[in-house]
Ligand binder design. Structure first.
Ligand SMILES: *Cc1c(COP(=O)(O)O)cnc(C)c1O
Length: 401
């Protein structure tokens, strides 16, 4: 951009993420509103099947939100007061809270400063510090859309007898290449026991509120279905008694974590555009990469090497585009003055008052805290225009330069 040719300030505010709703989306919802089903109708299963196909998993269970998806997973895996589960401090708090809902203990491990992903070496150190059997599971997060190398986590988990829940909220359509050269889509269930997604408006696929669990494990799939609706089964093959057509059995304590049919109709419609949206996200990332690489004072958050395939394609799903700067608050405030609402992902979970009351302290995870001190997520969503992106780049450079 030349000095003489400053980009005009766009009239609307530029958030870090926003949903994209088309006429087709609206029509799909209206059609369902006019049907016989508002909650558990045909769109739920249709959305589950379409989503499972999209991420390459055998089974999918749609539910009310991503947090409910996480809670369904910890319940299905039997987390209880005796359980200890490892996760990353650089995530949305729900990744840790789902362990607490079941009374379990959250054990954080520090992140790799290059990517802000959970550091597998730190996880190993933690596992080796206790007798085998002390820890029950790991919840790695595909943070920012950068895929976790789950093949490595599977090896570690098998060595210590752990299960894995992949928090793939940031990474529908993301993938890494495993040691055999196979493309492994986030949430495909090859290495993780369960994976979860969210359809909150800032995520790739938006239904307002909504979530999904994917798995290749049929037993867990059946359990999730039951827990999603009060622990009730209507399947005569699974019931202890049968009194007639009305009969159902509540076999354990579940919840109402159902998602309405009209939101699933919206999800199906959005899923049709998922690939195009992902391609646009990658395009936006490339423009930011070109604009910021080699600039003193701006560090672009790194991508895990296995996310890049031999042809130079990236499996990074770019939910977020994160840069790191020394004066993060200064940059955040400067952008805000110019109507650009960048955001910080995330305040380390262990520094939240709730987790500090459980015994964690500031200083416990220096890499996570160092990352937090400098990170800023720039606007990243498919409907961000080229002009808006140029304006964001100009303002960032103006401040840093
Ligand atoms: C959004 C998100 C969640 C929670 O999803 P909700 O649908 O908002 O409950 C969990 N984990 C991560 C990493 C997320 O980004």
């Amino acid at each position: 951009m030349s000095e003489a040719n400053h980009t005009k300030q766009p009239t609307r505010t530029i958030p870090y993420g926003r949903q994209h709703i088309t006429e087709d989306d609206i029509e799909a919802v209206v059609e369902t509103l006019q049907s016989d089903f508002l909650t558990q109708g045909p769109k739920v299963l249709a959305f589950e099947q379409a989503f499972a196909a999209y991420v390459g998993a055998k089974y999918a269970v749609a539910c009310s939100n991503g947090t409910a998806a996480l809670h369904l997973c910890t319940m299905a895996l039997g987390v209880n007061e005796e359980s200890s589960v490892i996760t990353t401090p650089i995530t949305f708090v729900a990744s840790a809270n789902c362990v607490r809902y079941c009374g379990g203990t959250v054990a954080f491990a520090d992140v790799d400063p290059a990517t802000a992903l959970l550091d597998i070496n730190k996880v190993r150190q933690l596992l080796e510090s206790k007798p085998k059997g002390y820890y029950n599971g790991i919840i790695p997060v595909d943070f920012a859309g950068n895929p976790v190398n789950l093949e490595e986590y599977r090896q570690l988990a098998d060595e210590f007898g752990l299960w894995i829940i992949e928090d793939a909220c940031h990474a529908p359509g993301g993938y890494f290449t495993d040691s055999k050269g196979r493309k492994q889509l986030c949430g495909n269930g090859t290495y993780a026991d369960l994976a979860i997604f969210s359809f909150h408006p800032v995520k790739h696929i938006a239904t307002g509120e909504g979530g999904m669990v994917t798995t290749n494990n049929e037993e867990l799939y059946q359990e999730l279905l039951k827990l999603r609706t009060h622990g009730i089964t209507r399947d005569p093959n699974l019931m202890e008694e049968n009194h007639g057509g009305w009969y159902m059995e509540m076999q354990e304590l579940g919840y109402n974590y159902r998602i309405p049919d009209m939101l699933c109709a919206l999800g199906i419609s959005q899923l049709h555009r998922a690939e195009a949206g992902l391609a646009r996200r990658k395009g936006i990332a490339k423009v930011y990469d070109n604009a910021f690489s080699g600039i003193d004072g701006i560090k672009i958050l790194g991508t895990s090497p296995e996310a890049l395939d031999a042809d130079g394609n990236t499996g990074h799903a770019y939910h977020l585009y994160v840069i790191q700067v020394a004066d993060r608050k200064g940059l955040y405030d400067y952008l805000r003055q110019h109507n650009i609402f960048a955001q910080v992902h995330y305040i380390p979970a262990h520094t939240m008052p709730y987790y500090r009351n459980l015994g964690y302290q500031k200083g416990d995870y220096p890499e996570a805290e160092g990352y937090y001190a400098s990170c800023l997520s720039l606007p990243m969503y498919p409907s961000l225009t080229q002009e808006e992106q140029e304006y964001v780049i100009e303002k960032v450079k103006e401040f840093v330069g």
